[in-house]
Design a protein around this ligand. Structure first.
Ligand SMILES: Nc1nc2c(c(=O)[nH]1)N[C@H]1C(S)=C(S)[C@@H](COP(=O)(O)O)O[C@H]1N2
Ligand SMILES: [Mo]
Length: 328
């Protein structure tokens, strides 16, 4: 393919507020999604080609982006390229391969509601746009590690989950919080297949949910989330394998018992409830001691996996005294 990669984040760092640059990059990705990007000069030759379609952002909250970076959360590794982060994705609702970014355009992200129920004072249905306007947004650069042993470094924009939970007032019986992705087989072709038991469900202990690292992401690379990244809101739990970071959430449920979660139900010997990144606990079918950095090429040098994905200081206390080989 003749696609030109956008430059690395570091190079563009001081252009973070350059709206045009972002819009151009974003529209570039969206026009690939619309199937309309051609090599320059190629359009004359190919007969039935659609004109490049610029799809405007579906997000009415563009004034909220970019958000200012919280410098307490930075990563010594280089930022991943936005192109990689938005074209190499896991989102099984749209297919069990990495190139789901075109298929994900079918998801209707407005209006979007978030239902809050279970053991909580303020049971309610929130409107996403109202929520995102009420809570201050911040940017945080986090490591992102998939259980498949690849990794990226991503600048998320989001709201600490604890700030949302405090407002909802869960009662003292609530020990866990579960999250659900929308169930819309008409828009999500993967949900018409039994790859997983739909809808996708993930969960955290209350202590994990309240940890300052846990984020509800509503954007990345200075803008709102694209569908493939889990628009309009997804979880980001950077010390756990990526499958815990559930996308396109429309329900949060507080409960006393440990929720049944999608990957754990499909193969509990491979995908534990905790799923903390741990170089010493291998997946039954592959080693977790090293990881492939997306953007380095398939044969690029691998790097060592970090305990709790490098967030040991922030989260190790949550698991003190636990046998991490048993509770993996
Ligand atoms: N609803 C839903 N959320 C999901 C997934 C999914 O298939 N469906 N995949 C998970 C996995 S395995 C990973 S690694 C991350 C990938 O996030 P990214 O595509 O933004 O890198 O999303 C997670 N969230
Ligand atoms: Mo993953």
């Amino acid at each position: 393919m003749l696609l030109k990669r956008s430059r690395g984040w570091e190079i563009n760092q001081n252009k973070v507020t350059d709206e045009n640059l972002f819009l151009n990059r974003r529209n570039f990705i969206k026009s690939i999604a619309a199937g309309a990007v051609l090599a320059p000069g190629f359009s004359m030759m190919a007969a039935p080609v659609k004109a490049a379609k610029i799809i405007p952002s579906a997000d009415p909250n563009t004034s909220l982006y970019p958000a200012s970076r919280n410098r307490s959360y930075t990563v010594e590794r280089a930022m991943s390229d936005e192109y990689d982060a938005t074209t190499y994705n896991n989102f099984y609702e749209f297919g069990s391969h990495k190139s789901i970014y075109r298929a994900a355009e079918a998801l209707e992200t407005r209006p979007w509601t978030l239902a809050i129920d279970g053991l909580v004072e303020k049971k309610q249905v929130l409107d996403f746009d109202a929520l995102v306007h009420k809570m201050p947004l911040e940017e945080r650069v986090y490591r992102h590690r998939c259980v498949e042993a690849w990794s990226m470094v991503i600048p998320w924009i989001g709201i600490p989950l604890a700030n949302i939970i405090e407002k909802l007032e869960p009662n003292s019986k609530a020990k866990y919080v579960a999250f659900e992705t929308v169930y819309r087989p008409s828009e999500m072709p993967g949900q018409r297949k039994r790859i997983l038991k739909w809808p996708y469900i993930e969960a955290l202990t209350m202590a994990e949910a309240m940890n300052p690292l846990t984020l509800i992401a509503v954007g990345l690379y200075g803008q709102d989330l694209l569908n493939q990244s889990g628009a309009p809101m997804r979880l980001v739990v950077p010390w756990k394998y990526g499958f815990k970071s559930i996308k396109s959430i429309n329900k949060i449920h507080f409960q006393e018992s440990q929720p049944k979660t999608s990957w754990n139900m499909s193969a509990s010997n491979e995908y534990g409830f905790y799923a903390n990144v741990n170089p010493e606990v291998d997946h039954p079918r592959w080693s977790q001691s090293r990881e492939r950095r997306i953007g380095n090429g398939f044969f690029g040098a691998k790097q060592p996996t970090l305990m709790f994905n490098g967030y040991q200081d922030e989260v190790a206390h949550l698991y003190q005294g636990m046998n991490l080989k048993k509770y993996f």
